[in-house]
Write a protein that binds this ligand. Structure first.
Ligand code: FAD
Length: 373
């Protein structure tokens, strides 16, 4: 069974790894566009403290978070060590006791169903600042120990190296899908046809560009996210928890004295790969209002990523019925580093015509779309 994967962000890299481990012949094609979401993503893996109420979203996000530890173990067995994953916990912060009560109630309910949530503890403002010293002095917190953070670039690279060890091959370039007699027969890259039994489209926000010429109109669009990397020289930030204030902004720490803060959510941005004055203002105001202790940090880098946004909050995952051997896995929006590795396993299963362990009907890639013309 030969399978071509178009797009090697977190979803495509995971699909490639799982397919190669199962013995499939795998070819991955990636253009590495500016603004690949995986390379810019903050990397929070915590679906348990969220305002999202959609059960179909939660099913994949929860499964995605719970899947991480076994994936990390598997990659280590395959000899990969630089994975960027840390079970550092998360704290939801607020100065409103009622708000904290509601968060605690919701997380405790999820904890009862999912042991991976870990311990749930109420922290005083002083206790919260012990875990994250730059935090504002009046913010109480709910601490969830099972939350994690991941460096999307490092995990993506580890999955690709793992896939290569199991025989996957990689092409650099832009793929064009080739269909004949109602069947996906491969892709053209740099003028060469790479033939396949199945093609998996994991092209993130760019997926429509590949499918539209064939009359397949899925609903997917880029949403720009600008995100800043701050450095706190001399501080060991490696164990600091993820900070989740009551809005869409957050703070996430990594090993090298780095605190990542963001991010903008710019719907309608198109593929406009720019750092903007308003973007930086928004990110900095939000971050410093929650963690004034970061005021003197160094602005090290600003990244831009295009989140693949579907017609709603759910991913686009499934086969295109009118074209045999064509699988779509994109639209993971703001949750792709949480769900991506797991969704990659589901896409791999679809490519191998295996039975899938979750009901994927809600994620139909053609929903809210015209379908195939
Ligand atoms: P991408 O990573 O965008 O990869 C798609 C790849 O396909 C690209 O490399 C592209 O070049 C390639 N491609 C496209 N078309 C072609 C073609 N024709 N031929 C060849 N290659 C092609 N998620 C979380 O869970 N937690 C977070 O904290 C979080 N924070 C985020 C912060 C920001 C600022 C952003 C932007 C995103 C964040 N996300 C987060 C979301 C997450 O990063 C994305 O949902 C996820 O990375 C999407 O992965 P993907 O593989 O679908 O797409």
């Amino acid at each position: 069974m030969k399978i071509v994967i178009v797009g090697a962000g977190i979803v495509g890299s995971s699909a490639a790894y799982h397919l190669a481990r199962k013995g499939a012949e795998v070819v991955v094609v990636d253009k590495l566009h500016e603004g690949q979401a995986t390379a810019a993503g903050a990397g929070i893996v915590c679906p348990w403290i969220t305002r999202v109420e959609d059960q179909d979203w939660y099913t994949l996000a929860n499964a995605g978070a719970c899947y991480y530890p076994s994936l990390i173990s598997q990659l280590k067995i395959d000899g990969e060590s630089d994975l960027g994953y840390g079970l550092v916990g998360a704290i939801a912060v607020s100065n409103d006791e009622t708000e904290l009560n509601e968060i605690e109630k919701k997380v405790r309910k999820r904890q009862a169903e999912t042991p991976e949530v870990g311990e749930v503890n109420r922290l005083s403002a002083k206790e919260a600042r012990t875990l994250f010293p730059p935090l504002r002095e009046d913010l109480g917190a709910i601490h969830v120990t099972g939350a994690a953070r991941v460096d999307g670039k490092l995990l993506r690279d580890a999955l690709q190296k793992g896939a290569a060890k199991h025989g996957a091959t990689f092409y650099s370039g832009e793929a064009r899908l080739e269909v004949a007699n109602g069947k996906a027969i491969g892709v053209y890259v740099n003028g060469e046809l790479i033939s396949a039994d199945s093609v998996v489209i994991t092209a993130g926000a760019w997926a429509l560009e590949i499918l539209e010429p064939l009359g397949i109109e899925i609903h997917i669009e880029p949403q720009r996210g600008q995100i800043a990397h701050l450095k706190l020289p001399e501080e060991d930030t490696s164990k600091w928890p993820v900070i989740l204030p009551q809005g869409s902004h957050y703070l996430v720490c990594f090993d090298d004295s780095r605190v990542v803060v963001g991010a903008t959510r710019e719907t309608g941005s198109r593929f406009d790969y720019r750092v903007t004055a308003a973007g930086i203002k928004e990110i900095m105001e939000e971050a410093l209002s929650v963690a004034p202790g970061l005021s003197d940090s160094t602005l090290h880098e600003v990244r831009i990523g295009f989140r693949p946004n579907g017609p709603d909050i759910l991913p686009l995952l499934g086969k295109i019925p009118s074209i045999q051997g064509l699988i779509i896995a994109t639209g993971l929006g703001a949750s792709g580093l949480t769900m991506g590795p797991y969704v990659g396993t589901l896409a791999a299963g679809l490519a191998l015509n295996e039975e899938i362990e979750v009901n994927i009907a809600p994620y139909d890639p053609l929903r809210n779309s015209i379908g195939v013309k």
